[in-house]
Design a protein. Structure first.
Length: 321
């Protein structure tokens, strides 16, 4: 081998080593944290999902329930039921930077694709409030069906999707015009709702089932799960359902809609979210004041962490940076 070729190979090796180092460094600096609303003590617990430790508690309004992490803005929007307000948390400092009175009972909360707007269901007024993250003010509102609970945003179809609990329906609204695009009847008392790609999932509390809607053709399938399913989340080819009265989580294979496993959780697991960075599933346990963390690869429990009184976090509660 010539001297020139040896030098060239050496340079390539150095470049490759540098790229690998950069990738590993970036991965090592990635952070995942769970922000857990504790309805019984008016606080939000910050759980580090790398160390599995409780880092801090943040005081918010009265009876916090819903939450949406807006990763692009480094903020969390928390809905306080009793004080009828929104608490805005700066996720870099873990401090409340603004409290917004809304004269409504906030329940479900979700951000749009770029994080410029946050949509909040107003339970008793049958409305959706629109929060601008540019100036942190309510910019507008529009009417929806009865008792809107869960809410999700589908980026592929630019749809705001709402579960109307007392009407047993899902409503789909255009995210720009706020015009109603579709109403679908699902199971009894749909509550939590989520979406992935072209699919929408609703947890039907009284039917002990979930509904799966295909946005491409509006076809719908129903799958039996555990007792009183409260929320549902998808990751690749698996679906996870929190069964609030079964103290467990049903794992479903999305390819054949068969149950893969039943995971034991804490008492009254209500809401679940996926930590894609660490391949973890997190459930909030209202009855045991904790979160349970599972390994997504092995489907084994890693830890149960005490958080606060009546931990709920209805919405997307994991911060990834």
């Amino acid at each position: 081998m010539s001297k020139q070729k040896k030098i060239l190979l050496l340079i390539c090796a150095f470049v490759l080593a540098g790229l690998v180092s950069i990738i590993l460094l970036n991965k090592s600096h990635s952070v995942s944290k769970a922000y857990i609303t504790n309805q019984g003590e008016d606080s939000v617990s910050v759980v580090n999902l790398d160390t599995l430790k409780l880092e801090k508690k943040i005081s918010v309004g009265k009876s916090p329930l819903g939450i949406s992490i807006v990763n692009s803005k480094d903020i969390a929007v928390v809905g306080n039921i009793e004080s009828q307000s929104l608490s805005i948390i700066d996720l870099k400092d873990n401090e409340v930077i603004k409290t917004i009175p809304i004269d409504a009972t906030p329940l479900g909360i979700v951000a749009d694709a770029d994080g410029s707007r946050v949509f909040i269901t107003s339970w008793f007024k049958n409305q959706i409030l629109v929060l601008s993250t540019h100036d942190l003010t309510i910019s507008e509102a529009f009417n929806v069906g009865a008792t809107p609970s869960g809410i999700t945003f589908n980026e592929n179809y630019n749809l705001i999707i709402i579960a109307n609990r007392d009407e047993n329906t899902l409503e789909m609204y255009d995210a720009e015009s706020f015009k109603l695009k579709k109403v679908l009847r699902v199971g009894s008392h749909p509550y939590g709702v989520s979406t992935r790609n072209h699919l929408v999932f609703s947890a039907n509390v009284y039917d002990d089932s979930i509904s799966i809607v295909n946005l491409q053709n509006w076809e719908q399938k129903t799958v039996a799960v555990g007792m009183h399913p409260y929320s549902v989340a998808a990751n690749q080819d698996r679906l996870f359902v929190a069964n609030s009265q079964g103290d467990n989580i049903t794992v479903i294979n999305l390819n054949n809609l068969q149950e893969v496993k039943l995971l034991d959780a804490g008492e009254t697991p209500e809401n679940i979210a996926i930590d894609a960075i660490n391949d973890k599933l997190v459930s909030t346990n209202w009855g045991s004041d904790s979160v349970t963390v599972f390994d997504l690869n092995t489907l084994e429990q890693i830890a149960e962490i005490k958080t606060g009184l009546q931990s709920r976090s209805f919405g997307q509660f994991i911060y990834r940076k």
